[in-house]
Design a protein around this ligand. Structure first.
Ligand code: XMP
Length: 523
């Protein structure tokens, strides 16, 4: 189920930049609902979405390049407020009769701009840093537009026309390298477009509860697969608010869990929500399905399918105390917007990985899916969770993927390997928490390279064991990430403890790859 909020969206027109999702996030951070649409959208599509404003995103190409993405010019005549960013700024210039100079010279990275006035940059220092990344530059603003900033490589670095509610900047206000970018974006939304900042956690929660009620109806029953993670917990809590005890939460113990995971769900989640919870032991079923499987996508698909089969098996127990003839028609999942995008479900994005609950589902699912968080980013989900009264131990948790340790064993998943990885993971988590580092890490997958062995020496003997990889990352929403610079002393402690305490592991290595090019999980 898509959110289909009553809030009119600010539509971010995606010209193929990796920044479009980020812009939507920033707009939402400003308290205004936003969605991304592909640049192929027509004026009719925009009208159908009942948009409140448009933002034209950056893009990889020059407006003069062959096949450069263009904009349905009619879109600019809908009378909507419009903000152009980078390529979008140039596309807007082009469409409104200004001039884009095909300079060929590039301006890339942190750059000074000089502000000459206007509403967008009001209150900021005349000369300040922004993040630029462009070849061509606007040399002449469209008629009626005031040029409000310039840089060395961009004589027209910003323009605006308050009466037409239109503005644009050559730089990227959405990235953190433009320190005042969020302020500029917010000024466009509030001062030029005149929008209200009413996209708040309380409003979101209330709307979602209402939508879930509509979808499930007065008598429908649902089960919610809890994974121990934040997303499924918040989805479960929302649906519980909507339909009360017609919801049963099902915790599938698939054996790919970390130490203590099951106990935490049984204790914290139930205490916070009062939801009905059943736990089913499906360890053997998952291990059997994973026997001999080494390809990451095959693993993800096998796990996704077995989840559904486990829910189907759980239904009999769920219905035991329900009135005769009751059925369970709905399955609640904590799918998020980034999961959808990375499973290839976003606008024109490649399938990077089949997330277990999106691309990993089998074709013959008989449940109707209820996915109240499908349009939200992680930080919004956390805010909604807090709004619903979930404790910090749940909403503040680091993300953990549904397929669990199954996608952190590189090679076939076996009980013995799971035991090794669980042990190493517990040590890493314990030491990171003890060092007070949880706040700076987005998550720290611990990975077992089960198909790799290396020679070591322990005690007086030769060993031939497996490496464990530590993958600490910092991120805002898992769409991009950087490796976290952990203190050497903490790394040393983790490494020493793992090699001393975990049998068959004789080496610990640190993953120092950002995303992109590496993803966060190894599989
Ligand atoms: P990647 O590895 O794609 O991960 O950079 C991005 C974020 O998503 C989590 N992840 C998943 N979560 N089901 C989930 O619920 C999945 O199949 C799945 N795969 C990856 C990952 O832990 C990270 O936070």
């Amino acid at each position: 189920m898509s959110l289909q909020t009553n809030h009119r969206p600010v539509l971010v027109v995606d010209f193929g930049a990796q920044y479009a999702q980020l812009i939507a996030r920033r707009v939402r951070e400003a308290g205004i609902y936003s969605e991304v649409i592909p640049h192929t959208a027509t004026a009719a599509d925009v009208r159908a979405k009942n948009a409140s404003a448009l933002i034209l995103s950056g893009g990889p190409s020059s407006v003069y390049a062959e096949g450069a993405p263009s904009l349905d010019a009619e879109i600019l005549e809908l009378g909507l407020p419009v903000f152009g960013i980078c390529y979008g700024f140039q596309a807007m210039t082009h469409a409104l009769g200004g001039t884009v100079a095909n300079t060929g010279s590039r301006e890339y990275g942190r750059t000074d701009i000089n502000v000459a006035g206007g509403v967008l940059h009001e209150g900021l220092e005349t000369c300040h840093k922004v993040w630029m990344s462009h070849g061509d530059a606007v040399s002449e603003a469209p008629a009626g537009f005031e040029v409000t900033a310039s840089s060395q490589g961009a004589p027209v670095a910003a323009f605006e026309n308050k009466d037409r509610k239109m503005a644009g900047v050559q730089y990227h206000p959405e990235v953190l390298h433009s320190p005042h970018g969020q302020q500029v974006l917010t000024r466009f939304l509030t001062e030029i477009a005149g929008l209200k900042q009413d996209w708040t956690a309380a409003n979101i929660a209330e709307e979602l509860i209402e939508k879930v009620r509509e979808q499930i109806g007065e008598t429908g029953r649902a089960i919610c697969g809890l994974s121990g993670g934040v997303d499924s917990a918040v989805a479960g809590a929302l649906v519980q608010r909507a339909i009360g005890d017609r919801l049963t939460c099902v915790f599938v113990d698939h054996g790919l869990l970390r130490a203590g995971e099951r106990e935490q769900v049984e204790k914290d989640f139930v205490a916070a929500t009062g939801a009905k919870l059943v736990t089913v032991d499906e360890r053997q079923a998952f291990l059997t399905k994973l026997a001999g499987v080494t390809d990451p996508e095959a693993k993800r698909k096998a796990i996704g399918a077995e989840f559904i089969r486990s829910f189907e098996r759980a239904v009999t127990g769920v219905l035991e105390d329900a009135p005769e003839g009751s059925t369970v028609d709905f399955l609640v999942q904590g799918t998020l917007y980034p999961d959808v995008v990375e499973s290839g479900g976003g606008s024109g994005t490649a399938n990077i990985k089949s997330h277990h609950n999106v691309g990993g589902l089998p074709d013959d699912v008989e449940f109707k899916l209820v996915e109240p968080l499908r349009d939200l980013f992680k930080d919004e989900v956390r805010a909604v969770g807090r709004e619903l009264g979930l404790p910090e131990e749940i909403v503040g948790r680091q993300p953990f993927p549904g397929p669990g340790l199954g996608i952190r064993i590189i090679g076939e998943v076996t009980e013995e390997r799971l035991e090794i990885l669980r042990h190493a993971d517990l040590i890493a988590r314990t030491e990171l928490t003890a060092a007070g580092l949880d706040g700076i890490i987005w998550q720290c997958p611990v990975v077992l390279l089960a198909d790799v062995r290396s020679v070591g020496v322990q005690g007086d003997g030769r060993t031939y064991g497996h490496p464990i990889v530590l993958r600490p990352v910092s991120s805002e929403d898992a769409m991009t990430a950087d490796w976290t610079r952990l203190p050497y002393e903490v790394l040393e402690k983790i490494s020493t403890r793992i090699t001393n305490e975990v049998p068959n592991v004789n080496r610990v290595v640190l993953d120092v790859t950002s995303k992109p090019p590496g993803t966060i999980e190894w599989e």
